[in-house]
Write a protein that binds this ligand. Structure first.
Ligand SMILES: C[S@@+](CC[C@H](N)C(=O)[O-])C[C@H]1O[C@@H](n2cnc3c(N)ncnc32)[C@H](O)[C@@H]1O
Length: 288
């Protein structure tokens, strides 16, 4: 029977029936596909770059990694879910986007409050649209903290990275102070009060202003070259509070080998930092 049905003659004879079935399936699936598209638009990469549709396996891996780095697995599971919803909300309402992959962003937003920094002063080196800083303020507030954010970025109209030519941003939005202010305002008074220092983290004038306090958290996410990261790590040694947390973004990312290179060299020397571990594409350090 099987041989009869799969013979050339039978296949030719059955083709009109098979075509009819295909058309019927297509007709019944097309409306479902059309109804699904608006839902996908809430989460996919159109107009922002990376898609925000993580698979279960990626979420599970992130929670495992955060559990190891922070020692709080239930907290990691809760924070990742809350950070994911927050990411959707700020990108939907804000100006521009948060840079990077979904798991890395949710990882940083989850880990920082769980690592219980010794004070609420946060420095973000490299902010792009200020949207990550805004989201971090919200996550810290959810942990009962009163975050005071300082930002350093050249705000140069686009993302500056030595040695690479970053094209127009997928959002189509220029990187400028007004965008950063709008995004920070989304998260209320702590966002409005944030200090924005325009310039490079290596500029003497920038450093003089920003080094007026010891930071409980420093996010290193500016110049991604080995030289740039080395300089930021050396500066972080001077301005981080005892027990403070340093987040090294894009750690181990194939596109930015200089970050791991600078980290390895830094850790081989005299340092206050202990490596806590890696979750997604971020490395976490604790200052002594
Ligand atoms: C990867 S983006 C930052 C993304 C942001 N932290 C986020 O999570 O959305 C890097 C930013 O650092 C800026 N930058 C480059 N060199 C810098 C430097 N030396 N000091 C401060 N910012 C720098 C770039 O122009 C860009 O805005």
């Amino acid at each position: 029977m099987r041989a009869l049905l799969t013979s050339k003659t039978a296949r030719r004879a059955l083709r009109p029936v098979a075509d009819l079935i295909d058309q019927r399936i297509e007709r019944s699936v097309a409306p479902l596909r059309n109804r699904q598209r608006p839902l996908e638009l809430l989460l996919d990469g159109t107009g922002r770059g990376p898609s925000r549709l993580p698979a279960q396996v990626h979420l599970d891996r992130l929670v495992d990694e955060l559990g190891r780095v922070t020692g709080d697995r239930p907290g990691a599971e809760r924070n990742v879910a809350q950070a994911f919803r927050l990411l959707m909300a700020v990108e939907a309402l804000g100006v521009g986007r948060i840079a990077g992959g979904t798991m890395n962003i949710c990882g940083k937003l989850s880990a920082v409050p769980l690592l219980d920094p010794p004070n609420d002063d946060i420095l973000e080196i490299g902010t792009l649209y200020g949207m990550f800083g805004a989201a971090l303020i919200r996550m810290m507030e959810r942990a009962g903290r009163d975050p005071r954010l300082t930002i350093v970025d050249p705000l140069a109209g686009l993302q500056l990275q030595p040695g690479t030519t970053e094209g127009d941003d997928p959002t189509g939005t220029p990187v400028r102070g007004a965008a950063v202010r709008s995004n920070l305002a989304m998260v209320g008074p702590a966002g409005t009060r944030a200090r924005i220092q325009q310039g490079f983290s290596g500029d003497a004038e920038v450093r003089a202003v920003v080094a007026d306090r010891a930071y409980g958290v420093i996010i290193v996410d500016g110049d991604h070259s080995a030289e740039g990261v080395a300089a930021d790590l050396a500066w972080a040694e001077e301005i981080v509070a005892p027990g403070g947390v340093v987040v090294l973004d894009d750690f181990g990312h194939a596109k930015w080998p200089g970050i791991k290179e600078a980290f390895d060299q830094h850790m081989a020397g005299d340092t206050r930092f202990t490596f806590l571990g890696q979750a997604a594409n971020s490395g976490y350090l604790r200052a002594g």
